[in-house]
Design a protein around this ligand. Structure first.
Ligand code: PEP
Ligand code: MG
Length: 328
């Protein structure tokens, strides 16, 4: 099977009836972003910056961050690289910045923490901007956004970082492009704020791991309730349809960067819903590309409409699984 996937390595991810898909990489270690991967994907859809932070014994300096981010962006010249700002808290701890809480997944996580520590946030934004100089392939994404004010404040911080970095560097090395700014849709409150969120940012990316966790009130890492954690739950699927419909309505580019994008059945359902950009771990890229190339968009769309018309949202997984099996 690996050989079969390998034959599609450099092919485009296009369905049999010509629907073109962007396949992007989820990364966080520079080893995953080396040249053996970059020619098989359309860019990086999620660079988890907390991973390099977690592998150290102190906060990396601005210059150390510049080196790390530059290496990633330079490996993807001409392709988009979406860097997520620090998403620590929850299950991701920094050894040198312990957070002790009763409910870590509902606590001081992601943007909540970085907005409380503007010095950490500002250094990271500046490092990303400096690293992007001359490459122009950076976009920045905010994790765990719950309120619109978080986005407004983060935007002001990015404005400030960009002004300061531009003032320091413009004369010697040319301009630094202002990057596009997006948010992760992973806290359910945003589902009810999409019309107001749309004008504040340039793109959305759906974090199905956390969206599932928070919609279903089930810890994504707790084996005891693993059977309740289900990204194919009708409520999650309806939320995903709502997001893509709103993205179309407000003209917002949207991608999926949770595990569902790298799931063979998940990607077909998402494709049928209208999603076109999928970001996933390196290990899933070839398989998903192969599956996309064996599928027909018109058939997938028809299948989805049939189940939705019959109000059978609970049966979606089974029906798409059968479709997948029939295509080998
Ligand atoms: C997600 O929540 O789906 C996501 C991609 O972010 P992480 O898994 O890093 O929380
Ligand atoms: Mg998440």
């Amino acid at each position: 099977m690996d050989e079969l996937f390998a034959t599609t390595r450099l092919e485009k991810a296009v369905t049999l009836d010509g629907m073109s898909i962007s396949l992007l990489l989820n990364a966080g270690l520079s080893v995953e972003t080396d040249v053996s991967t970059n020619d098989a994907v359309d860019g990086i859809g999620l660079f988890r910056t907390e991973i390099p932070f977690m592998m150290r014994d102190r906060f990396p300096s601005e210059q150390e961050q510049v080196i790390c981010y530059r290496r990633v962006m330079a490996g993807y010249v001409g392709k988009p690289v979406c860097m997520r700002t620090l998403d620590v808290g929850g299950d991701k701890q920094l050894p040198y910045f312990p957070i002790v809480e009763e409910n870590p997944f509902l606590g001081w996580r992601g943007i909540r923490l970085t907005l409380d520590h503007p010095e950490i946030f500002l250094v990271q934004l500046k490092a990303m901007l400096r690293a992007s100089q001359g490459l122009d392939n950076l976009s920045i994404m905010l994790p765990m956004v719950t309120n619109l004010d978080e986005v407004r404040v983060a935007r002001r911080m990015l404005d400030r970082a960009w002004r300061e970095v531009s003032a320091e560097t413009a004369e010697q090395q040319g301009e630094i492009r202002y990057p596009s700014l997006g948010v992760m849709i992973e806290v359910p409150s945003l589902l009810y704020l999409l019309p107001e969120l749309a004008p504040l940012v340039d793109f959305w990316s759906v974090g199905t791991n956390d969206l599932t966790q928070y919609l279903l009130a089930v810890d994504r890492n707790n084996g005891r309730v693993a059977s309740v954690y289900d990204a194919f739950h009708p409520a999650v699927l309806r939320a995903l349809q709502q997001i893509i419909d709103a993205a179309d309505r407000y003209g917002k580019p949207v991608s999926i960067c949770g595990e569902l994008a790298g799931d063979p059945i998940g990607v077909l359902v998402l494709l049928a819903m209208g999603y076109r950009r999928f970001s996933m771990n390196n290990s899933n890229i070839m398989r998903i590309k192969y599956i996309v190339r064996q599928s027909r968009f018109d058939e997938l769309q028809k299948l989805l409409h049939e189940v939705l018309n019959q109000q059978q949202v609970g049966a979606i997984k089974e029906l798409f699984s059968r479709y997948l099996e029939e295509r080998g």
